[in-house]
Ligand binder design. Structure first.
Ligand code: FES
Length: 163
């Protein structure tokens, strides 16, 4: 069990405080999304209930308000994920333009299904809703990068690049 007592301190605290400073004093809770993102990034890519409780306490809101945001948006993780998270768009344009073949190819190459992580902890596949890049369908998001007009070949090249 990771000890996450007082996770919001040092650099994490400084980063969250910067966001809080963007909002009026009585609107600390507006920083909930950046706070979740910062804590997730610095806690191996996922959130725990304890961490969400700490965010709630820090922003002076109820834990429920934090849970709601953290479960509504697809970009927060609640269990460990791979170092490289392949977010495959699951919406209509990508579906119509060959998402299924792309997904099948990835599943075969990595030996995992959406929601799973490779045994070496390197890759996870995750299905996400439209990322607004429908013109480049089928696409996937990896970190901050959008990979568009995917083909089996471009997937192979990416996997080679990532090793
Ligand atoms: Fe895939 Fe919009 S449908 S990015």
């Amino acid at each position: 069990i990771t000890n996450t007592a007082n996770f919001i301190q040092g650099d994490v605290k400084t980063r969250i405080d910067k966001w809080i400073a963007n909002y009026p004093v009585d609107q600390k809770k507006s920083a909930v999304m950046p706070a979740l993102r910062i804590v997730q990034e610095t806690h191996n890519g996922y959130l725990t209930n304890d961490l969400m409780d700490q965010i709630a306490e820090y922003l002076e809101i109820t834990p429920m308000e934090v849970y709601e945001v953290a479960t509504f948006y697809g970009n927060y993780e609640h269990a460990p994920v791979g170092e490289i998270k392949l977010c495959i768009c699951n919406s209509i344009s990508c579906m119509l333009r060959g998402r299924d073949d792309i997904l099948k190819h990835l599943e075969n190459r990595l030996g995992i299904k959406p929601g799973q992580t490779t045994p070496d902890g390197r890759f996870s596949i995750k299905m996400v809703e439209c990322l607004g890049a429908c013109g480049g369908a089928p696409m996937m998001q990896v970190g901050k990068d959008y990979h568009e007009n995917l083909t089996e070949n471009s997937i192979d090249l990416l996997l080679e690049e990532w090793g």
